[in-house]
Design a protein around this ligand. Sequence first.
Ligand code: SAH
Length: 362
Amino acid sequence: MIEGQPTPLALRLAARIANSGPMTIADYMEACLGDPQHGYYMTRDPFGAAGDFITAPEISQMFGELIGLWAVETWQRMGSPASFVLAEFGPGRGTLMADALRAARLVPAFEAAARIALVETSPHLSMVQRERLAGHEATWVRSHEDLPPGPAIVLANEFFDALPVRQYVRGMDGWSERMVGLEADALTFVLRPAPDFAGPASVAAGDTVEVAAWSETIMRALAGRIAREGGAFLAIDYGHDGAGHGDTLQAMLEHRYDPPLAHPGMADLTVHVDFQELAGAARSAGAIPAPVMTQGDFLLALGLLERAGRLGADKPAETQDAIRAAVERLAGSAAMGHLFKVLCVASPGLDVPPFAKVTAAS
Ligand code: SAH
């Protein structure tokens, strides 16, 4: 249980704001998630029943396996290069990569060609990933800039939602930035004039826009690299397919929503991903974004039901029930199937399954 006391990070941030004024939402997110001493991801393993939230790879091995087979087919469509980078951003416990590699063993040449690279900032989670991926040769880097060169297949599940955004609110006469300030020593949201911000004209007075500059920078760099050297980038996250969704900052603590300023460093903090913004960034860097798919459609197109059938064959009824429940959680529209979306960005001319079929049909 977590009581109402300010967290150690809340006290530090309050002192910083008292000293130098309100901080941007982006700086607040970065401190909450990435502060070396008190940051949420730096010190703990937040996933699963004992943690604060659960992600698709932790729900079922089928998720990572299907993505592993997707990667094999994508690699084949790339002409089966003898060496390529298989990278994952924000790998959490390493479950997705471990399941993907197990499924990909069907094609030994894929495994032999893959240079596995994990992009992770958390020392603690890097350690968890090393244990999980023991037996595979892999390298860990802290930034996309340090990835080895060459053609690449890149995965990111629930990565972009953890990257900082700034928020701007349209007033009657101009824009303000929503920031974190202080009221009677407690963290509170405040507005500060932002005369230099040029927001979209279509936004109504009182509405908020989020600017994910960090996500855009990473997407532009990766998409540029993929456009030049070949490959594909698969990003899965919850989010929306266009702007105008307002303030999406949310905190999760022990599987419940928590006010975003209540437990800095102890609660997970995320935003919804704006997939149109990411697709635009990819396009501007010369890569081709496929139309965004829902996670449900994507997994079904990859053969989720067939995989579930095989996994459950000859198993006891409880196991089959658990597999059915996992299918429903991953692909059902009331669960993750609809809110979660898949953006695939590929080098020009590469038809990536199942997006090629989708693109051809539309
Ligand atoms: N993909 C995993 C974990 C998602 S949680 C899963 O689906 O289960 C977000 C992950 O991104 C964590 O591993 C976190 O440590 C990592 N992360 C957060 N910010 C990051 C950054 N700026 N660079 C690299 N990794 C980051």
